[in-house]
Structure formats: C-alpha cells, structure tokens
Design a protein around this ligand. Structure first.
Ligand SMILES: [Zn+2]
Length: 120
C-alpha cells in the first residue's frame, strides 16, 4: 500500500489556476446558457474522471475477471462476495485499474480500509 502523492503549496496553486482557467473557458463557451454550462461541466468532469479511473465498462470487465480470479471471495476477509455492491479497490490509487493493482472487496471491508486510509 502506497500513500497517494500530495500536492505541495506551489503545485496546489497551479491546480487552482488550472481549475479557474477551465471554469473561465466553460463560462466563455456557455455564455448565458445555464443548461449548456451544466452539460459542459458534466462532460469535462466525466472525461477527467476517465483519465483518472478509466472508463466504467473497462473497470467492470476487470472486476468480473478479478472476482473469478479470487474464486468469488473478498480479497480481504475471504468471505463469498455478494452478487452486487462490491468494490474494485486499487492497491496504489496513483496507478491505473489494471491486473496486479486491483482487488475486489466486499463493502464492509472496503469501508474499513477507506477509514484506515482516512477517506471515510
Ligand atoms: Zn470482505
């Protein structure tokens, strides 16, 4: 388990400037059209999340492969995984959702792990 890289103060300022720039460009593109602003925000958000997490269908098929590879059991507690409400967990969040960096957890184990990481 690695700790996610954090931004230092200079990098945080750069990130804030990027967000402000993107917001300004969305404002420019949307003008007075609030529905267009909503749609542009949503599209940019979605595309950036794909950059970070990959596309949902790729994660879903990886999850199905991992469940099979884990014999249908949670990677943490080894209890049988329920048919739904399972979590594809990255061992290193700064690395992609790929074989070797993921495992499937039951919801209670994921919550306990997220709490341990300080995320829940
Ligand atoms: Zn579990």
């Amino acid at each position: 388990m690695t700790t996610n890289r954090a931004l230092n103060e200079t990098e945080l300022e750069a990130a804030r400037a990027l967000v402000a720039d993107i917001r300004g460009r969305i404002d420019e593109a949307a003008g007075d059209d609030e529905q267009l602003r909503f749609a542009l925000n949503r599209k940019v958000y979605k595309e950036l999340s794909y950059d970070e997490r990959g596309k949902p269908n790729a994660r879903q098929s990886l999850k199905a492969r991992m469940v099979k590879a884990q014999g249908g059991n949670c990677a943490q507690c080894a209890k049988p995984l329920p048919p739904a409400d399972t979590v594809l967990d990255r061992l290193s969040a700064d690395k992609p959702y790929i074989d070797g960096n993921v495992r499937v957890l039951c919801r209670p184990c994921d919550l306990a792990i997220q709490r341990g990481r300080g995320f829940a």
